[in-house]
Ligand binder design. Sequence first.
Ligand code: FMN
Length: 353
Amino acid sequence: MSLYRPVSIGSLSLPGNLFLAPVAGYSDRAFRSLCVDQGADFTYTELVSAEALVRLPADLNTSKSGALLRRGRGEARYAIQLFGANPEVMYRAVLRLAPFRPEAVDVNSGCPVPKVVKAGAGSALMRDPAVLGRVVEAAVRASAEALGGVPVTVKMRSGWDSAALNYREAAATCQEAGAALVTLHPRTRAQGYSGKSDWSHIADLASRLRIPVAGSGDLYTPEDAERMFRETGCAAVMFARGAIGNPFVFAAARARLTGGAYAPPLPGERLAAAFRHLLLLAEDLGERTACLEMRKQFCAYTKGGGPGIPRGNQLRERLVHAGAIADYRIILEEYGLGPQIRRISQAKICLNP
Ligand SMILES: Cc1cc2nc3c(=O)[nH]c(=O)nc-3n(C[C@H](O)[C@H](O)[C@H](O)COP(=O)(O)O)c2cc1C
């Protein structure tokens, strides 16, 4: 049987098991659309503060902050990820997600950032699984009341530090609280994003829980995804840093797992995808902010998903100075991509779904 297969998360049936992880500063709805185009089966928003969400004005769906929560173009199934440590606030935050109709709500139990941890949320919840359980239970209750009972999932780390590896207990508590899937990023809070993730923790958890387990950590290539499936028996894999500048990794991984044909994108296709990303991002952030934000991302596109791009250094040197969409257009046209860029611009891709 193929390693590429459907996944059931509570009442939610997904056609496949290649997910895009929540990645703050990257998995915005523009980027998620590109990943979906390339075959990502399920996608997660960046983490959103439950505390901030309950304080936002009533017209959330049309507000600027709403862009963090809205579905991307073509994004048939997505999860909104929330962080928070107060069950009552989490309950009210999930109620507020009703206008967005997400297919799942994910609770963050892994973020190592001091601002989040100081508030007792993110990876700090690993220090107190009982609180984590109450937060999950509150989200499940609110989902039943306001979201038609869409599944609540949890993304966690292995523990606070190497002396406190408690993912077993934390995940079992989440399962009892009604979580429908647990994603494990098997690093500790103390490790941050350095060192290697310990996939044996994913295998261990997958063998213990009744609910499916997704794996995250050090997935950069289709071969990594295949190896994680084989070594851990996880139900799904989640690309994170490996997808930045390389949404094509989903198509490549799917081909690898199904034995299908795959031709890596040509340099022009990669840059054209980056330009599309820019136009979509400009819709939500405005042109100036999107252009600045895309400088680093454009450079990632020149490196990800295929062989080195001809005259790559020269190109990157120009891209990091672009400040307007017109600048990017000129740079790419001079690079010989005029027809692709015109096609993307004319496709009116800037319209909302
Ligand atoms: C810049 C950055 C931002 C991240 N933001 C989030 C987030 O908002 N929520 C979350 O659960 N994990 C977040 N993560 C963790 C990733 O989802 C993933 O679990 C981690 O990067 C391990 O996978 P990788 O080694 O394949 O990148 C973030 C990671 C990075 C590098």
